[in-house]
Write a protein that binds this ligand. Structure first.
Ligand code: SAT
Ligand code: MN
Length: 612
């Protein structure tokens, strides 16, 4: 008999499980007894459920229904719960060395003791939702299952957009032989229990936050935050931090990459994966509208790629997600018309953008502001206001299904064969518009030493240059040096001719007057074209100390309205700037320590020598 049964009270809903899956039932009961919600609800993912929960969120003041977008809602978070909290994010491997120098670490026993006390009674007065979900296609040979237990309706409806969830996912919890499949346990509480009669707030959360991973057990515990990356546990927590460990153990890659399909005027198809830090334009690139004649881009994913070798020796990528969780400010019909058309269809959630008086959304970068808005802080806002109307990390959350540029194969369980990988950062100096690596090892070095100015996607100072290896700094679920070795090993597992070619790009280099040297957005298709023509042996490039870089003549610049001097400057390999970069890379490798692969130290030594 459990404690709850002894007390003669069982939690309503707990015994209404639509499954007999032993591990799931035992875990749900254990968590319910610890967190003591008022009731348990088994999430089905139905439209009726969506309507009921969104209505509940409207009644609670969390959501405002948008008059101007069908079935869409506006939410404003607690002003202190707007981004991922990297300093509160932990990798709790048994051995501290397995977390490495780039992660916060605590012993799993110690962390569980702390968090168990936080979770005790933390769902009081609320409903605990059981969300079965699947990352990646449901029809995969090994569906990648998870269950999130949460006391947040906002999380349930967001998970409906971002993942395949509910009954259709639960159906996969047994294999064809009727055996139980395993799943990732993801526990989430906003940490805001309600006393009887206590009025709830619009955005419950707690000033104490923990985003915690137990990689050896494939378990996630999150507490205190309702924000996307902290609370939608299928996303960064599962699909990057936990999956990167699965990938290391099983020989595949879980990466912070968009996946796009590029079709040439000759109808040749190429798939490209690209890694950029959060809020550096991944979604825009994934939905790019090419400015060059005859080229077409279709979207497969905008944030995460899982890549495994196929039987033909090529690397195939799958997008584990089902929706886009894109940065809103800066998105409009000029920069990303496809995103705008996707959200215009409705069925979307908007968090921390501004609300117009007629029930629509607005953010900075979306043309002229109306005369009056409600800001993300729920204040009156006019164009004269000093504050921004939308938070710089405000987000739209919208289903891939309704994106007109989605590639038909976006949901293919086989994935798509990747021809090129792009690494990119946001750097005002030093890094040219595009550089092609010499080979896989050199490309891994480029990724491992990637750097970028910080953005609003994480709490903390914006605009500081930091190393962000493979744009995975906050997402590598184990030791970064071991992760680099895993990349090197991956390159050895295939015939070099079948491996994707690796490129390093920087759309964000600036002139002395701080203006961008390269126009970016749709014009980035010119860089994609050059890369593809390099694969085909059709385009020229200059060999430089840092790799192969095009001259302005090697790029297709036809019809581009840009100052040729600026293009030259965007492509320049400045040996002095690079020599200044070397000590920073050395410092970075020293920080990671003795797990940095020798092959990458060799790459650094060779670069140093080439620079003279
Ligand atoms: O972490 S989120 O997924 O909420 C957004 C991001 O940082 O890419
Ligand atoms: Mn991201």
């Amino acid at each position: 008999m459990t404690a709850v049964q002894e007390a003669g009270q069982t939690i309503p809903g707990l015994d209404q499980a639509p499954t007999a899956h032993r591990k799931l039932l035992d875990w749900v009961r254990e968590v319910a007894e610890l967190t003591t919600p008022d009731r348990v609800e088994w999430v089905t993912g139905s439209d009726e459920e969506w309507d009921r929960l969104t209505t509940k969120l409207v009644d609670a003041g969390t959501f405002v229904r948008l008059a101007k977008k069908p079935n869409s809602f506006w939410a404003a978070s607690d002003p202190d719960d707007v981004a991922r909290v990297e300093e509160r994010t932990f990798i709790c491997s048994h051995d501290e060395k397995d977390a490495g120098a780039t992660n916060n670490w605590m012993h799993p026993g110690e962390m569980k003791a702390i968090m168990t006390e936080l979770y005790r009674g933390s769902m009081r007065g609320r409903t605990m939702y059981v969300i079965p979900f699947c990352m990646g296609p449901l029809e995969a040979e090994q569906p990648m299952l998870g269950v999130e237990l949460t006391d947040s309706e906002y999380v349930v409806v967001s998970m409906k957009i971002m993942t395949r969830m509910g009954t259709k996912a639960l159906d996969k919890f047994y294999d064809d032989q009727g055996n139980e499949r395993d799943f990732v346990q993801a526990l989430h509480s906003v940490g805001a229990p309600l006393e009887p009669g206590q009025q709830d707030v619009a955005w419950p959360c707690n000033t104490t936050k923990y985003i915690t991973h137990f990689p050896e057990e494939r378990v996630i515990w999150s507490y205190g935050s309702g924000y996307g990356g902290n609370a939608l546990l299928g996303k960064k927590c599962y699909s990057l931090r936990i999956a990167s460990v699965m990938g290391r153990d099983e020989g595949w890659l879980a990466e912070h990459m968009l996946i796009l399909k590029l079709t040439s005027p000759e109808d040749k198809v190429y798939y490209i994966a690209a890694a950029f830090p959060s809020a550096c334009g991944k979604t825009n690139l994934a939905m790019l509208d090419p400015t060059i004649e005859g080229w077409k881009v279709e979207t497969i994913g905008d944030d995460i790629a899982w890549m495994r070798f196929g039987d033909d020796g090529r690397l195939y990528a799958v997008n584990p997600e089902n929706g886009f969780f894109g940065v809103a400010p800066g998105t409009d019909y000029h920069t990303n018309p496809n995103a705008m058309r996707t959200i215009a269809k409705g069925n979307s959630l908007f968090t921390n953008v501004a609300l117009t008086d007629d029930g629509d959304i607005w953010w900075e970068g979306m043309g002229e502001p109306p005369a009056h808005l409600t800001s993300w802080k729920k204040n009156d806002w006019t164009p004269e206001s000093d504050d921004k109307a939308a938070h710089p990390n405000s987000r739209y959350c919208t289903p891939i299904e309704q994106c007109e540029t989605k590639a038909p194969e976006w949901d293919d369980p086989k994935g798509v064969p990747i021809s090129a990988i792009f690494f990119g950062g946001r750097r005002a100096t030093t890094i040219p518009l595009v550089t092609e690596s010499r080979d896989w090892q050199h490309g891994t070095f480029m990724g491992a030493t990637l750097s970028s100015e910080t953005t609003a996607a994480a709490k903390g100072k914006v605009g500081v240059v930091r190393r962000d290896p493979m744009a995975m700094l906050p997402f590598i679920g184990y030791n970064a040096g071991d992760y680099f070795q895993h990349w090197i090993d991956t390159g050895k597992r295939a015939d070099a001719t079948k491996l994707p070619k690796i490129f390093y790009v920087n759309w964000f280099r600036r002139d002395e007057d701080k203006s961008f040297l390269w126009p970016g957005f749709g014009e980035n298709s010119r860089v994609l074209k050059w890369a593809i023509e390099r694969l085909e042996g059709k385009a020229a490039a200059k060999e430089t100390p840092i790799g192969w870089v095009p001259t302005a003549d090697d790029l297709d610049l036809e019809g581009l309205d840009a100052d040729p001097a600026k293009i030259e400057a965007a492509l320049k390999v400045d040996a002095d700037e690079w020599r200044a970069e070397i000590p920073l890379i050395e410092e970075w490798f020293d920080k990671i320590g003795d797990t940095v692969p020798t092959s990458l130290r060799d790459e650094l030594a060779a670069l140093k020598q080439r620079l003279g």
